[in-house]
Design a protein around this ligand. Structure first.
Ligand SMILES: NC(=O)c1ccc[n+]([C@@H]2O[C@H](COP(=O)([O-])OP(=O)(O)OC[C@H]3O[C@@H](n4cnc5c(N)ncnc54)[C@H](O)[C@@H]3O)[C@@H](O)[C@H]2O)c1
Length: 332
């Protein structure tokens, strides 16, 4: 019987040894294609027949585009698993994969500390309004003239976490060390044990009562533009908003307006609607602290994510099951 193939879409940067070790159970292959049209052609040519598991990276979007209906339809019939190296898997259309009997995994947990650290950095940076003085210092003007506005302490402020999963729960612990009071909204209310003392509230109550709001939920058809004009208007005047989840959860044009009006005092962002493009209204606003999607950008976490994704490929090939199947497919 022919050996199964595992297809690598994108690069392994750290876990070379573990990837190469997979060659004992599968033939490891890479595509010749450099863009989506070429990849579709390569699939149609039969060159990738026999591929059972695909390891894909966030940046492999450049080679294949989204794993949407058009792409999933042309994948070889042998493909049974798509293993995505990342916690957020919005580049993969899960219902379409489910329809073709393809199982999808991601790399949760490995990202929790690293992303929650960035979350806390943005919360502190936005609350303390550190962006303008960081710029004036670099421009040789020390604190600037007029002086920058006074910031606010995290202590005693209410932090509303939307999406109390791996990162949300990790952020809760970190924010508690800064004496913040935590409330949360989640698709499902957590058990007392998992909530760890955080109060569950409805989405609108969270918007109305939080001093700081952190978005930690996945992007999908239900959550696109979950924060738009109506939701921004419900927030307390002077609210601080932080997003490390996915840019398109916020309607960026509406956010720019809310910042310009002063209703939203400051914002911390790691993610954007159309990366790598960033709305000029965000770049030009000194009350916005910006990072270019750095949530998991540490050597330790990048390696842990790659190891986790390789383990998914390995268990898929060896046992026919994924270790980290995405929640939508659990129980299918
Ligand atoms: N900035 C980065 O580099 C970076 C790094 C890792 C993850 N992320 C993003 O963060 C997101 C969260 O990651 P995670 O590992 O904590 O995921 P997770 O699946 O562990 O948690 C997500 C939580 O959101 C909840 N949720 C889903 N839909 C909801 C809705 N409509 N309303 C309220 N809650 C909802 C889920 O029930 C779950 O508890 C990922 O989807 C990813 O897009 C970004």
């Amino acid at each position: 019987m022919a050996r199964p193939k595992a297809l690598l879409l994108g690069l392994i940067e750290h876990a070379h040894e573990s990837w190469n070790a997979l060659s004992s159970i599968a033939e490891l292959v890479t595509p010749q294609a450099r863009n989506r049209a070429e990849f579709i052609e390569e699939c149609r040519s039969g060159r990738l027949n026999g591929v059972v598991a695909i390891y894909r990276t966030f940046d492999s979007l450049e080679i294949t585009g989204r794993f949407d209906e058009e792409l999933v339809k042309v994948l070889p019939a042998s493909v049974k698993f798509v293993c995505h190296n990342g916690a957020g898997y919005d580049q993969v259309d899960v219902p379409v994969c489910s329809g073709r009997g393809i199982k999808v995994s991601n790399t949760p947990n490995a990202v929790n500390d690293c992303t929650a650290d960035v979350n806390m950095f943005l919360i502190l940076g936005a609350l303390r309004r550190f962006n303008p003085p960081m710029n004036t210092l670099r421009n040789g003007k020390w604190r600037g003239n007029p002086l920058p506005p006074l910031g606010h302490d995290p202590e005693g402020k209410t932090l509303g976490i939307v999406g109390m999963g791996g990162i949300g729960k990790n952020l809760k612990k970190k924010a508690e060390a800064f004496s913040m009071k935590i409330i949360y909204h989640n698709r499902n209310k957590l058990s007392e044990d998992l909530a760890g003392g955080a109060n569950y509230v409805g989405f609108e109550e969270l918007l109305r009562t939080s001093d700081v709001i952190s978005l930690n939920l996945p992007l999908n058809t239900h959550t696109r533009h979950k924060i738009s004009t109506r939701e921004l208007e419900m927030m307390k005047p002077g609210v601080v908003l932080v997003n490390t989840a996915r840019g398109a959860i916020i309607d960026e044009a509406a956010l720019v307006q809310a910042l310009d009006s002063g209703h939203v005092a400051s914002v911390g962002l790691d993610v954007y609607e159309e990366e790598p493009k960033v709305h000029p209204g965000l770049i030009n606003n000194p009350n916005v602290i910006l990072l270019p999607h750095m949530g998991t950008w540490t050597s330790e976490t990048q390696k842990a994510m790659e190891e986790c994704n390789i383990l998914n490929v390995k268990t898929a090939l060896e046992t026919g099951a994924l270790r980290n199947m995405v929640p939508e497919q659990v129980g299918l």
